[in-house]
Design a protein around this ligand. Structure first.
Ligand SMILES: Nc1ncnc2c1ncn2[C@@H]1O[C@H](COP(=O)(O)OP(=O)(O)OP(=O)(O)O)[C@@H](O)[C@H]1O
Ligand SMILES: [Mg+2]
Length: 625
């Protein structure tokens, strides 16, 4: 065997093996070229999933007759004017895409520059170039790729059904479209237009949101928060979905670096880290994040399809994303996604025909003991009642002691939102003073129904309380530590010995979380103190459940790492668990506390803690609109 240089066609085919994996990758390269050429309109057609024909037409700067043969030559590019691989200002830079695609297909490129009298065409079949010929076309470039991979049958065999290939290309094109909102894009399969995005108006930030709404749906735009920060020359902007607007996989996370769609592990990990507090492990946020960094800070020449990048200072990038996303989510306060109300309304079927007239309610309903009244009599509480209820939020002896216990000292310390008391006046006005409204009653001892200025809110009291406990524990742990509350009569808990040992082994950690335990002989524990913010607690149930939890959890993890779970267990045994009747002050107290607490719109697993139904939607249900 002698060593020899491989012919160009073969070299290009080898490159194609890396660069052009499937029709979608060819589309990506051609569309990126169009974007680099400054096109404002890019139209893509794919027949038979791109296997028969890929056609990309743009209105960019075009190429002259001398440039065309160079364009399909290996390592010929117009995009590295200074020969500097670390100062890349275009999507392309290797001069590899066109020769690679041309080596495994039948390609024609027709192109015309703005100042030329006519267009020129170059045909190339499996790498064999024909002479350039004059052609007719307006300014721009049109690339036709027929019979992709006909020259490499092995690759052809790996292609999936046309629909699947089209789907991949669609995803690819949508990502590019999100990164370049000022450019109009369309995709057709030869008979049908799959999508058409017009140039999105406004400055870049607004244009991106407009384009995101066009691609991901209005729903996303309604449930997204804006991110915009800058640190040490890095700029992060974009729109991130509320935690309650989550998905079963991470497909809908769109990440861009310098206008380039990437699927980068570092960035994905940072996103996961930022949301981990608000979502269960198997749920994923929807978001689009645009990171702009000085070209020298990032190496884009690390992946054949340029889908990954490498940052010079990855810790800086990670830190920026995590803190920006957390900060933004913090600002969202109690907001939960609007789509939840939609789902709820869809589930509500209006009753068209009643077999028998509804029996009139037997009034008056019995008053709950110690409560502020039945649902019916509470329908329109007097302003005096409400103000009394709100004043009662400060812990005090008497009828409201439960409330003080539930929320502890922070209750009185937490100022009301807007810092003003409820206005005197009709109930509707009072309701409009607060985003989550005024409690009108409790149903099934589990849900609080509140009236807002323009609708109703249904709160899952248990889920909401769980989240409040969690947020307050987190804050307390970060500042001064958790307040503990001494039990007047220490609680003796009998368990089996291993369970007892498990708890005692974590004694110090539990103490930091406010739970003070002591050994009391084989299989017996004494509980002396509990977290003050839990209030009235079923101590025995709590300790037993914690012992069960510990058996399940990884021994290596600290309880702090499992804080969400510990809080869930603790909140389960606190005062506001499902099935407990709440009085007016407690209900309103819970609502006010939710408004003042970040992330209270969802529970620790990304489920909503409340649903809001707008009056206009309710009216629709009853055919009033
Ligand atoms: N649609 C187009 N409009 C105008 N010029 C184009 C177009 N497509 C390609 N070209 C020209 O042809 C050259 C070669 O394109 P090709 O895609 O092969 O390489 P590249 O874009 O420079 O780098 P890469 O291989 O990284 O994509 C480009 O540098 C550009 O000058
Ligand atoms: Mg290119």
């Amino acid at each position: 065997m002698t060593i020899r240089r491989l012919p160009d066609t073969l070299v290009n085919q080898i490159a194609a093996g890396e660069v052009v994996e499937r029709p979608a990758s060819a589309v990506k390269e051609l569309v990126e070229n169009a974007i680099d050429a400054g096109a404002m309109h890019i139209d893509v057609t794919m027949v038979d999933g791109g296997k028969a024909l890929i056609l990309v037409q743009d209105d960019g700067r075009g190429m002259g007759p001398d440039e065309l043969p160079l364009a399909v030559e290996r390592h010929a590019t117009s995009k590295l004017p200074d020969d500097d691989l670390f100062d890349i200002g275009f999507l392309g830079f290797r001069g590899e895409a066109l020769p690679s695609i041309a080596s495994v297909s039948r390609m024609t490129i027709t192109s015309r520059t703005a100042d030329a009298d006519s267009a020129w065409m170059l045909a190339i079949d499996a790498g064999l170039r024909q002479p350039v010929e004059p052609a007719a076309m307006p300014k721009g470039t049109r690339v036709e790729v027929r019979d992709l991979f006909h020259a490499t049958p092995a690759r052809l065999k790996f292609l999936k059904a046309a629909r699947t290939e089209l789907q991949h290309a669609q995803d690819m094109l949508q990502r590019l479209a999100m990164a370049h909102p000022a450019v109009a894009f369309s995709l057709s399969d030869g008979t049908r237009t799959l999508f058409r995005y017009h140039a999105a108006p406004g400055d870049l930030f607004d244009a991106r949101l407009g384009r995101l709404a066009a691609v991901l749906g209005r729903d996303f735009a309604d449930n997204a928060l804006a991110v915009d920060t800058e640190r040490e020359g890095l700029r992060l902007r974009g729109h991130i979905g509320l935690p309650t607007y989550n998905r079963g996989n991470a497909q809908q996370q769109y990440l861009f670096v310098n206008g380039r769609p990437v699927k980068d592990r570092l960035l994905q990990g940072a996103v996961r880290g930022a949301y981990q507090d608000y979502l269960a492990h198997d749920r994923h946020p929807v978001l689009a994040l645009y990171l702009d960094v000085p070209p020298r800070e990032v190496d884009v020449n690390v992946h054949p399809a340029k889908a990954e990048v490498r940052f010079r200072d990855s810790a800086l990038v990670r830190g920026l994303i995590v803190s920006a996303l957390r900060h933004t989510l913090d600002q969202a306060g109690h907001r939960a996604s609007t789509s939840i109300a939609g789902t709820a309304l869809d589930a509500l079927q209006p009753v068209h025909q009643l077999a028998a007239p509804l029996a009139p309610p037997r009034l008056p309903l019995p008053l709950p003991h110690g409560g502020a009244g039945s649902l019916w009599s509470q329908a329109r509480p007097s302003s005096g009642q409400i103000n009394r209820a709100l004043q009662a939020q400060a812990p005090q002896a008497g009828g409201f002691e439960d409330l003080g216990a539930v929320f502890g000292a922070a209750y009185s310390a937490a100022p009301l939102p807007q810092g003003r008391p409820l206005p005197e006046g009709p109930a509707d006005e009072q309701a409009s003073a607060f985003p989550l409204g005024v409690a009108r009653g409790q149903v099934h001892n589990t849900y609080i129904v509140a009236q807002t200025s323009d609708g109703i809110v249904i709160v899952d009291q248990h889920a909401a309380h769980e989240r409040l406990v969690y947020e307050r524990m987190k804050t307390a742990l970060a500042d001064s530590g958790l307040k503990r509350q001494m039990l007047l009569i220490p609680e003796v808990v009998e368990l089996d010995e291993p369970a007892c040992d498990r708890l005692l082994a974590r004694r110090e950690e539990l103490e930091n979380l406010g739970l003070v335990l002591e050994a009391f002989g084989a299989g017996v524990l004494v509980v002396r103190e509990i977290p003050a913010l839990l209030g009235d607690t079923d101590v025995i149930g709590l300790v037993r459940d914690l012992a069960d939890d510990l058996a399940e959890w990884d021994q290596a993890l600290s309880l702090q790492d499992r804080l969400a779970d510990v809080c869930a267990t603790m909140a389960c045994h606190g005062s506001v668990r499902a099935g407990r009747r709440l009085n007016q002050a407690e209900m309103d107290g819970l609502l006010r506390q939710m408004e003042a607490t970040p992330h209270s719109g969802q529970c620790n697993h990304g489920r909503p803690t409340y649903v809001e139904l707008k009056l206009k939607d309710i009216e629709k249900l009853f055919g009033r609109r």
